[in-house]
Design a protein around this ligand. Sequence first.
Ligand SMILES: [Zn+2]
Length: 323
Amino acid sequence: MKIYGNTLILNTFQNMMQKDRMAHSFLIYGESGLGKKTMAGWLAMMLVCENENKPCGQCRSCKNAAEHIHPDIIYAEHSGKMGGFSVDTIRNITADAYIKPNNTDRKIYIFTDADNITVQAQNSLLKLIEEPPDYAYFIFTVSDKNVILETIRSRIISLCAAKVSCEETVAALAEHGISDEEAKNAAQIFNGNIGKCLEYIQSDSLKNTVDLTKKITDCIINRDEYGTLRFLTEASSDKSVLKSVLEMLNCIIRDALALRYLPDSFTGCCHGEAEALSVGLTANACGKIHEAIEHSYSLIDKNVNIKLIVSALCGSISALRQL
Ligand SMILES: [Zn+2]
């Protein structure tokens, strides 16, 4: 299992292991696509590996861990529309954690994409995390670390997943048979996020989102009110597309704003567009457009008419572009 970048996290795991001071609970957080689940799997593999150089990737435990069939590595089952964890799942895990491991001397519970874990579920896990059996380990992955209660976070090692370099992105995508050129193109859009680059190359819907967002950004730069309205309306034919476009647009505006003060501060997607915006708009205009997008986004799920949201947003953008 190859992990690109993120040496800080991997070194933390290795150091704890070598010093025989492994923590029992971890929270790996960061935006989607940064490899949080892969790192959680890597840590679990290291914990069950039978060889000296952990994780060796060759022993039976490592191989079973890689295939997600290791009996002592338990992935908490997601349930419901929101993909949280049911009361039954949490209850079963809490009971299971007091039963000794099957094949190895450790048992690992992994809660992937735990952003929708309820407060009730967290409270049920609290005691277990506070005083875990010697052999039990818990790993959570989330986009936003604030969804995890402070009472749990204070007892858990929080690690932030990082973006990787362009070279690492290209190397990672090559493993999926993607050419250097295609990989570099994707890397320019989704700076340092291997998962997003892969999704962009493999999924038409993300390509469509990127395409629409770039067109809207160009219209904002060129003060083309009609074009802004036209492409936002096109995006609004599907709520989820509109949300993705607004998220991406917000990211570009945020970067445009940051670039005005720190030339190397680019973090999100579509570097070229962010740079053009930072030159074409004042900081005040960027800030106000950011607020207008946030406001529109918050209205989408509140049953407000989508056409009204889009036209109000266009109105706000065109009024502020004069700033
Ligand atoms: Zn191994």
